[in-house]
Design a protein around this ligand. Sequence first.
Ligand code: CJB
Length: 833
Amino acid sequence: VEASIPEPLREAWRKYSASEFTNKEEFEKELVRHIETTLARSLYNCDENAAYSGTALAFRDRLIIEWNKTQQRQTFTDQKRVYYLSLEFLMGRALDNAMLNVGMKDAARDGLSDLGFRIEDVIAQEHDAALGNGGLGRLAACFLDSMATLNYPAWGYGLRYRYGIFKQEIVNGYQMEVPDYWLDNNPWEFPRHEITVDIQFYGRVKNHQNENGKVVHTWEDGEIVQAVAYDVPIPGYGTKTTNNLRLWSSKASSGEFDFQKFNAGDYESAVADQQNAETISAVLYPNDNLERGKELRLKQQYFWCAASLFDIVRRFKKTRRAWNEFPDQVAIQLNDTHPTLAIVELQRILIDEEGLEWDEAWNIVTKTFGYTNHTVLPEALEKWSVPLMQNLLPRHLQLIYDINLFFLQTVEKRFPKDREMLSRVSIIEESHPKMVRMAYLAIIGSHKVNGVAELHSDLLKTTLFKDFVEIYGPDRFTNVTNGVTPRRWLHQANPLLSALIAEKLGGHEFLTDLTLLDKLEAFVDDKDFRHEWAHIKTMNKLRLAKFIKSTTGHEVDPNSLFDIQVKRIHEYKRQQLNIFGVIHRYLTIKDMSAEEKKKVVPRVSIFGGKAAPGYWMAKTIIHLINKVADVVNKDADIGNLLKVIFIEDYNVSKAEIICPASDLSEHISTAGTEGSGTSNMKFVMNGGLIIGTCDGANIEITREIGENNIFLFGNLAEDVEELRHRHFYGDFQLDPQLAKVFAAIKSNMFGDAADFSALTASIEEHGDYYLVSDDFNSYITTHGMVDEAFKNKEEWLAKSITSVARMGFFSTDRVINEYADSIWNVEPLEIKD
Ligand code: CJB
């Protein structure tokens, strides 16, 4: 039964309905009220943390009022909604974002100041919401911001992990992982204890005949776990639209099952069940671009897909439309293959529970789903063992076999007698044990499949998914190049630059139409403007220098060239290439005369990023960086000419300080391995130049900003396969300059060489899969060009300004509009009062 206030009483209700603060005084009143009542504190014991909580609660009230209006309006107009299913949402902090999107940051700053607080200190109290590993999770967060800003009726669905990505500590140069319990004191979520879904695992399938003689399947005798919804409001920028991110938390079902145990006096075992159930949403798997095939991970995936699908179907059924209208009301986007079971779950619901015929159901399913692929790395492609799935999800495995059978039948018709083709494209890999290939299932169950940058999408079509392009034709496959939200990555992270741009362009419209940045090009030759531009970069470098000083104790000189590589640590992203380059630079400077040293451009090489806890090679790279830092930073011969900094526990809020402070940033993956990359966009948007390979979105960045404004180096994607092949057959020569670097490492210059032998051996002895040696010379030479370019301050500035002016393409607003038009077929809906 709907709980609703009857019409005659609604007037009274409306009269007292909650209102929003609209100025500084009203904000202060709300702030003090929350501190004194909600938090039970007073002016005698209000610290920065309480000020943060009070401010967050005041803004949360505002968001929730808008959230309510948005949801009511979206329900009332009953148009198509989009659901973004992602196992990761790397949100970072919410308060600053809420203040800016609502447009009340200045009022909050003044209000807080009246009460004795500095807004920056208050903002810094917030714990990052780090429910993601890296690019894939942060992309999902940027998408939520753009979908709300553009007024799309859109929900995110994810898991409410008790532990987000671990905190990284560096101890004696080694990464240590510390659990990130982030939920204490999180004002941004609303538990919806009334919104629950029972999720089944294990059990068995029974076949019956119904009254019409049709065979029906029931899935019985499983274990039930309950999903509870937690909602997070997502405010758009400069709009009333406030969308919803629904995160599911697991707990033991409070059904008969438990009562039987309680009644039998088996209290301990009932409590154990409770804990067991809660482990499903306990922890985010800390792997980036890697799948490990763990049962608990598959449980997470099904738990989240089934809860989300139940919720979506429940909402659809309220409209009382016919099932064939489902794809006109619902678009579901799969963020990678992690939610692929949602395809099978919808087919199960339609057939087993709603009684539709196979073809009718499958037609609905394929029209509903779209699938985004984020990587071509083989170790990241999900496969689940058939026996594991048989045990955990017996009915779903049956359905997968049926989907596969019908698919292979159509393939056989089109390509008669091509047995090879059939075994290549089968969802089931005939290995021991057999494996379910999730990417193939996702392609077969979706109407569109996209990659995340042009090169990446082309590679998908010509390599990984080649057969499927033949089978379905090219129209199912498309490209949507990634972007970033300019609200967080320009306006929030770099308030000085955002203000300067607004001053020149006559307002902040560029934040919602980033192509307007092109107007900046008119100012490239304006001396005063350049001066201000340079000044802002210096201020941002000072801010980072201060942060580095307070966290590492190292002093870095803001006049040095800040050279930054921050991202997950991975062999394909090649932080090892960077640190070898740093060692090369160190050795070169050490060999110089005093006279020669005067010509050296001083550098600070800054690294940051986490390694997956079980990824030894990545951890070795971190160790080497830290050991090199120890030696270089205290070498009196070197002084300020070179500093090496490893920033501990890189996360979203640190990225906001780091991105505006680069002169140069590094995006140097082996060509053909990085799907897109998104930090490349963040750095360029903030006026940093980049050094990079012809990989991922670097290629499109080059096309947009011009090749004079980027430092490209290295082998091309089309040559990688042949080089690897040659190495494999022993045709490999270590680059002579890299050989000197290795000799230094082996001389124990950076501590016990044995610690790094796996790293050097992977290059010298095991085929150099990531082509570090092949690209080393080109890398070093290009860094030399960077030094020369940096000496010409005016030209450097011109490159910086021109690049920012040409970055309009890389807003997630453009990205979301492309998805909406070409994949989702959804329209925006404006929220009025
Ligand atoms: N990506 O972060 C991940 N995790 C994965 O498991 C696979 C891919 C990244 O996704 C980003 C967003 O599309 C890309 O920019 C990045 O290149 C890719 O590695």
